[in-house]
Design a protein around this ligand. Structure first.
Ligand SMILES: Cc1cc2nc3c(=O)[nH]c(=O)nc-3n(C[C@H](O)[C@H](O)[C@H](O)COP(=O)(O)OP(=O)(O)OC[C@H]3O[C@@H](n4cnc5c(N)ncnc54)[C@H](O)[C@@H]3O)c2cc1C
Length: 429
């Protein structure tokens, strides 16, 4: 069968799969051509892996599979809710990746045969690969709290995957009656973006302060503490007075039921009638990770923290929110940092070279107001086989900073966003 190597995606279905390549190699060259790496998911993790595989070894055949043709980032989506950014400025297409030599397939992976090394797409096509990287993000534990179902998310949006849900929540915030109550159900650990719910409450307050000054924001939380808590509390008081109230798990904040029909949120704290309910469910790795047999009892994917290869399946790598990456928080910055290391590990492995331990970094900026930023940063290394924070490497913004310092951090937040999105998709704002 004479076939162009570029015909990585087969239109005729699995019966016409390319012959497998990449076995017994001495470099990235195979017997009949370069090794093929498929990447599932074009978010922070997957788009970074695809980009850096091509940077590290331009000869590799890298194919990124992602259903969306444009990707709205969760980072910046809270700013969008406040009216500080428009949708376009936080939405990225895949033209930058194409220019970097990555093959793009806009489809959903329906299954992967990790023995035969073949991928089936929802659209009916099939691919074969030598190595596959999985960065599909999260799904939700629907029904873990009564009434927090996929159907009810159309009325009580989570907006924890950016896009239509973000637009829905924005409309509800803008349409809320004067003096109404916005209730957030904050997710239990572990979840993507530990400071995210609290930045969201701040950004909703930023909007209400201008357009609905008597509105109330109530955060009902199963947890007893959260990221940058002291900084958020001080800032909320300073900027929004008593607009935002947070109820911890120990004070009855654990929600037991959300009734979308009557717009009532039930907890030991109180049964609260809400005008807008932002119900963010508990989280787990996205469904393809389960289908591929990559998850353990935690609902996430154990990996070798040196290379990000699955602990359960050979030649399968997992980065980003779906992975269990030691002390690294589930963030876009972490996913991207992991993506670079994973790309290096794959290139090394294909070349028959060992992977050397590397360091990771993460910074999470949060805007408390348009001119008020706070941050948390950390540097991580492999310690006894696990990714752990290097003692003294990070920390949070100072408690008693002046307004100029807060403004400066808000500016840095925008700079962080522009630079990471440019790095990942080549289309930074
Ligand atoms: C409100 C909010 C604010 C945030 N702010 C920040 C921040 O300021 N800084 C920060 O670092 N992080 C932030 N995050 C976290 C960040 O968004 C995530 O950690 C990051 O997106 C994880 O990257 P990922 O690649 O694991 O998943 P994602 O970015 O979610 O990408 C997964 C991709 O996989 C695709 N996919 C899923 N299943 C399949 C399949 N079967 N086939 C093909 N494709 C598939 C999806 O379509 C998706 O595009 C925030 C999150 C939220 C919710």
């Amino acid at each position: 069968m004479s076939m162009n190597r570029r015909q990585f995606v087969q239109v005729a279905g699995s019966a016409a799969l390319l012959p497998l390549v990449g076995m017994g190699l001495t470099g990235c060259e195979t017997r009949s051509g370069p090794a093929r790496v498929a990447v599932i998911g074009g978010g922070f993790g997957g788009a970074t892996v695809a980009t850096y595989l091509k940077k590290y070894d331009p000869k590799l055949e890298v194919t990124l599979i992602e259903p969306k043709t444009s990707y709205m980032t969760c980072p910046g989506s809270n700013w969008y809710l406040a009216g500080l950014r428009d949708a376009k400025s936080i939405t990225h297409n895949y033209e930058g990746l194409k220019k970097r030599g990555v093959n793009l397939v806009h489809d959903t992976v329906s299954s992967v045969d990790t023995d035969a090394k073949t991928i089936k797409l929802a659209g009916g096509k099939s691919l074969s690969y030598d190595k596959v990287v999985v960065s599909p993000g999260i799904d939700f534990k629907w029904g873990a709290v009564e009434g927090m179902t996929e159907a009810n998310a159309e009325k009580c949006p989570h907006a924890w995957q950016a896009g239509a849900q973000t637009e829905l929540l924005k409309k509800q915030i803008e349409g809320m009656r004067q003096g109404g109550t916005f209730v957030m159900v904050a997710p239990p650990n572990p979840f993507r973006c530990p400071p995210g719910p609290y930045e969201r409450a701040s950004m909703v307050a930023e909007y209400f302060k201008k357009h609905n000054p008597k509105a109330k924001i109530l955060i009902l939380d199963a947890k007893d503490k959260f990221s940058k808590q002291g900084l958020f509390f001080a800032a909320w008081q300073e900027v929004y007075g008593d607009m935002i109230e947070w109820v911890s798990g120990i004070d009855g904040g654990k929600v037991t039921k959300v009734d979308a029909a009557t717009m009532t949120v039930y907890s030991d704290y109180d049964n609260v009638k809400a005008d807008v309910i932002n119900a963010i469910p508990a989280q787990k790795a996205a469904s393809i990770a389960f289908k591929m047999g990559l998850t353990n009892e935690s609902g996430f994917c154990p990996v070798n923290m040196l290379t990000f290869e699955s602990s359960l399946k050979k030649d399968v790598y997992i980065v980003g929110d779906a992975s269990i990456a030691g002390a690294m928080p589930k963030s876009g910055h972490s996913a991207s940092s992991q993506g670079k290391i994973c790309a290096a590990a794959i290139v090394n492995d294909l070349a028959g070279l060992p992977m050397e331990p590397a360091q990771h970094a993460n910074t999470c900026y949060s805007l408390v107001a348009g001119n008020y930023g706070i941050s948390v940063a950390g540097v991580y290394s492999l310690q006894d086989g696990k990714i752990a924070e290097i003692k003294g490497s990070g920390g949070v913004s100072p408690k008693d900073a002046n307004p100029e310092f807060r403004q400066m951090e808000a500016t840095y937040a925008l700079g962080w966003y522009a630079s990471i999105t440019k790095d990942v998709w080549g289309t930074g704002a």
